[in-house]
Design a protein around this ligand. Structure first.
Ligand SMILES: Cc1cc2nc3c(=O)[nH]c(=O)nc-3n(C[C@H](O)[C@H](O)[C@H](O)COP(=O)(O)OP(=O)(O)OC[C@H]3O[C@@H](n4cnc5c(N)ncnc54)[C@H](O)[C@@H]3O)c2cc1C
Length: 310
């Protein structure tokens, strides 16, 4: 049975918090795709202590999902059951210490790159083109233009599901291609990144190159979720999608971007189901045309809406 995000769990039954705890919060406006259902409960902690205490006291059977700014995330139309955690301003500090930068998990990647530029810390420019948070970058091992976050992470801090804080060094994070080995229900709260001395002018010029390249190659002003599929070994996902004739393919309000065919876009009225079904159609067509089974890079969370329900 498809479970609807029914109002079964009362806020009063949850641990007291200093931050914001709300029920039935629509998520679409918080996500790049601008689609998807509601969070049954949305928790935005006031600070680390608030987050840790909440997790410690939250019944173990309560599902927990963490979201960043949703630039690699598809929330299904029936919403997310249990508690969705979103880190906000209290987790967005960016502080420089020599050629290292300590960044809260809610800090935007571009903010970290700009801090590096202004302070003459090179090596973090690649972050300027990735429109997510540091927490999302750690989970996804985000990367662009030959660098990934794993190349610059010194350590990260995370809470486990029971509310215990852990400091993990780079090796313990177990990074792979668009993934890390930290358990899925752990929540990153900050990272320390290593740069090197550099000239602010040169850093600025590399960031401008990245920005120009992205403006040309990617539908960055669309409602999208970034690269839809991981690149199989030795080949680009977009080339396989092109070969399978899927560029521009549509389903409902969802479309394979005519500009970059490894991006799906919401042309306006798409549902999450349109986008996910279109992605599955692309996978099938690519398998039939090339024999290769594409793997989703976009994280899909939540539950489908019951048929005939809205
Ligand atoms: C136009 C466009 C261009 C993009 N270009 C690139 C690119 O060049 N390279 C690249 O790697 N990606 C790219 N992306 C994808 C995306 O920006 C990255 O994956 C980014 O790191 C996701 O961060 P987020 O905050 O949006 O996370 P979300 O999309 O909200 O979440 C992604 C995953 O991270 C987890 N997560 C988020 N925050 C935390 C946290 N604090 N603790 C634990 N888990 C967390 C979520 O649970 C989810 O599993 C692009 C996306 C768009 C829309």
């Amino acid at each position: 049975m498809i479970e609807a995000a029914a109002p079964t769990r009362a806020i009063e039954a949850l641990p007291d918090v200093r931050g914001s705890l709300r029920r039935n919060v629509p998520l679409a406006r918080l996500l790049w795709f601008r689609v998807g259902g509601s969070a049954e409960i949305l928790f935005e902690p006031a600070d680390r202590g608030d987050l840790g205490r909440f997790l410690e006291r939250l019944p173990a059977e309560m599902p927990v999902t963490v979201i960043g700014v949703g630039s690699n995330l598809l929330v299904r139309d029936g919403g997310i059951p249990g508690v969705t955690i979103r880190l906000g301003r209290p987790f967005s500090n960016v502080v420089r210490d020599g050629v290292r930068i300590r960044a809260g998990a809610a800090a935007m990647d571009v903010t970290v790159a700009r801090e590096g530029r202004d302070a003459g810390v090179a090596g973090l420019e690649f972050l300027s083109g990735i429109p997510g948070t540091i927490g999302g970058a750690l989970r996804m091992n985000a990367g662009a233009y030959g660098r990934e976050i794993r190349d610059v992470v010194v350590s990260a801090e995370a809470f486990d599901r029971a509310g215990t804080a852990h400091r993990l060094d780079a090796a313990e994070l177990g990074f792979g291609y668009r993934k890390c080995a930290v358990p899925e229900d752990w929540i990153f709260t900050e990272a320390v990144l290593q740069g090197e001395p550099g000239s602010p002018e040169e850093i600025a010029s590399r960031m401008a190159e990245i920005s120009n390249a992205r403006n040309q190659d990617q539908p960055i002003r669309e409602r999208t979720g970034g690269s839809t599929f991981k690149n199989p070994r030795g080949v680009s996902a977009w080339e396989l999608i092109e070969e399978a004739g899927c560029r521009g393919l549509t389903r409902g309000g969802a479309q394979v971007s005519p500009l970059h065919c490894n991006f799906l876009i919401n042309t306006g009225g798409a549902t999450a189901a349109d986008l996910e079904d279109l992605g599955e159609e692309v996978r099938e067509k690519v398998k039939a045309a090339t024999g290769i089974r594409l793997e989703w890079e976009i994280r899909r969370v939540g539950i489908a809406r019951e048929p005939g329900h809205g």
